[in-house]
Design a protein around this ligand. Structure first.
Ligand SMILES: [Mg+2]
Length: 296
């Protein structure tokens, strides 16, 4: 079973959550959940896990493992237009792990650095690989979901994509919280939709298109690349960029903190990538989709 198939199953099962629980404003299927507290405040709730051997190796310094764990979860809060407040961390630790203390110190250190203190958590032993999970909680006054792209919107990205694993970017990126906050303030309701690019630009643009019911066209030549040597058609399918991909009202391009790389049109909800002549390209792969193995 593919990750995407299991996600579809979960989204279908939870589609009516907001009707039975009116305090759930955004449920499963976006970068983070949005809930309303009894006092009327909106909170963003995000969770993310790092698995040794998949998201980092046994040789990755604990400092960078902790940083990545928090940064990934905070990138999801940024994608919702939320400001981080607190974090929780859980870790399943194998007996072979020799740096559990450094990892714990690093988690708390990065919580402070990202202005999101780690206020609790849980520990477990495991016979499997080390798994570090972080939950982040943020405040938002105007949540930005994946579902707001309109035809004629400009599609923009906060920074370059591609080659994240080879360059080490996936371990050292800074979540785009400042950019998110500034754009929510500057653009207000003209910031229509947002997602963080974790599984490749094309795959995440497709998610934005599907959530919004529009076609997104990306002009390959306009996409900023992290390394010039990486062919663009591959770079836009690489994962772990952690840039924000967002849609704005067409007359607000000057105020966007990013590069315009395409536009939305009415049409079948998917992402098309166009070459310099405006011809649609066929891409080598469709982005990252975990293999979850054989399921009943
Ligand atoms: Mg995300």
């Amino acid at each position: 079973m593919r990750e995407s198939e299991l996600l579809e199953h979960i989204y279908a099962r939870t589609a009516g959550l907001g009707r039975t629980h009116p305090d759930v404003i955004v449920g499963p299927g976006d970068d983070a959940a949005i809930v309303r507290t009894p006092a009327g405040d909106l909170l963003a709730l995000g969770v993310d896990q790092l698995v040794e051997g998949r998201h980092f190796t046994a040789q990755t310094p604990p400092e960078l493992v902790a940083r990545k764990a928090l940064a990934r979860s905070l990138s999801d809060l940024a994608a919702m237009g939320a400001d981080p407040c607190w974090a929780l961390a859980t870790c399943a630790v194998p007996p072979t792990c020799q740096h559990a203390r450094e990892l714990a110190d690093a988690i708390h250190h990065w919580g402070e650095r990202f202005a999101c203190p780690v206020v609790g958590g849980d520990l477990s032993a495991t016979s499997g690989p080390l798994v570090l999970t972080t939950t982040t909680i943020g405040r938002t006054s105007r949540p930005v979901t994946r579902a707001g792209v309109r035809p004629d919107d400009l599609i923009c990205i906060t920074g370059p994509v591609g080659d994240s694993l080879a360059t080490g970017h996936h371990l050292t990126f800074t979540p785009r919280l400042r950019e998110s906050r500034e754009m929510v303030d500057r653009l207000g309701s003209d910031l229509h939709a947002m997602i963080d690019v974790s599984d490749g630009l094309v795959q995440d643009a497709r998610r934005l298109a599907q959530a919004s019911g529009v076609r997104i066209e990306i002009e390959l030549e306009r996409v900023p690349l992290r390394t010039p040597t990486r062919p663009a058609p591959r770079a836009i399918c690489d994962g772990e960029d952690y840039e924000l991909l967002f849609a704005i009202q067409p007359d607000r391009a000057q105020e966007a903190l990013g590069t315009v790389i395409g536009r939305a049109t009415a049409g079948e909800p998917t992402c098309a990538v166009l070459d310099a002549q405006g011809k649609e390209l066929t891409l080598p792969t469709g982005g990252y989709d975990h293999d979850l193995g054989a399921q009943e």
